[in-house]
Design a protein around this ligand. Sequence first.
Ligand SMILES: Cc1ncc(COP(=O)(O)O)c(C=O)c1O
Length: 415
Amino acid sequence: MSEINPDTYLARYASRTRGMTASEIRALFAVAERPEIAFLAGGMPYTAALDLEAVAEVTQGVIAENGAWALQYGGGQGMPELREALVGVMAAEGIAAHPDDVVVTAGGQQGLDLVAKLFCDPGDLIVAEGPSYVGALGAFASYEADVVHVPMDDDGLDTDALEATLAQLAHDRRPVKFLYTIPNHQNPAGSSLSSRRRERVVQLAEQFDLIIVEDNPYGLLDFKGELRPALLSLAPERVIYIGTLSKILSPGLRVGWVAATESVRDKLVLLKEAADLCQSNLTQAVAQRWFATQPWQAQVETFRGVYRERCDAMLGELAASFPAECRWTQPTGGFFVWVRLPHGLDAKQLLAKALRARVAYVPGAAFYADGGGGEELRLSFCFPPPERIREGVRRLAEVVHDEIAFAHALFGDQE
Ligand SMILES: Cc1ncc(COP(=O)(O)O)c(C=O)c1O
């Protein structure tokens, strides 16, 4: 093939792609695949804990009984029997929905993409937790939306700060397209929105005429199986709900869904058809048969046990070996712990030293659209076994201790 000047393409890219770069997490994967690295960076579910024999049996059953159909195109909204099963998954979290409310998507990620595509023109505003899910920030950026962050604490989104932000934006006549929130075991912060604050978020949504996009991959992964009311249950007319099978079954199936009011749903089906015509019938059928024939709640319980043990290992080792000047969240479910370093330490700079010490994490800046998060970082406990997690935390603790000692030597005890 003849050579072409790379600028020939560059000059033609759409302006919305200008800010798009590989996420910090993705860039880390190349290094982190090395076996000597304790990988506390990725959010991969521990799929080895799946009953793989059962998955094989289910897949075989789909092909044997309905192969020609499963290998055909399907409808844009998704397979009705699967939508019924997904309503059952929502019911397990106390959410009442109807299969007609649901649009099946390629993971929750496509749900986020389609919702952003539906609502956002360049320069539009989205309010989101700070920090927030890196994949959502990427989807929002790809439609050139701007994100205003609202801080979090151990009870999730700070609703006083949310009120102040919404009031300020209203005062400035800057309309908000929607609030994006992950109320349960948030990625990356690991904290959950308290029940009292859920009520408050819904009140504020009424007061400020706000739409809420509720992203809920981790609700069923509460270590004690406790449930807090979904925002969708509290304000069905104001909430667009995004679910996924990635954390309770498999991310490889790429099955997620959006539950929304009829007008939104109809538009989402059109956008889904424009994006990829339809969800894979094959993986929808596998998922549907999984729920119809397998003890899926027992599988979720198995995952919960695995993640609970790993989280305990991480929290135990953080308490044992991390410097007292650091702070971290105490997750009660999900995959992540959020660590705040002492003032003046830079999580991005520290990463090179951590990698030399054979441990990987994600610097906090990846989870902010506004340049925040410099002194913060995310640790994930979902994938490595407990002993590896303890080893990784010990290695990182040494790096942080050294860095603090270095800062003290340079600057004394001044802040
Ligand atoms: C908060 C959140 N939303 C959405 C997703 C998307 O996951 P998937 O597309 O696999 O459903 C993830 C995955 O990590 C996530 O953490």
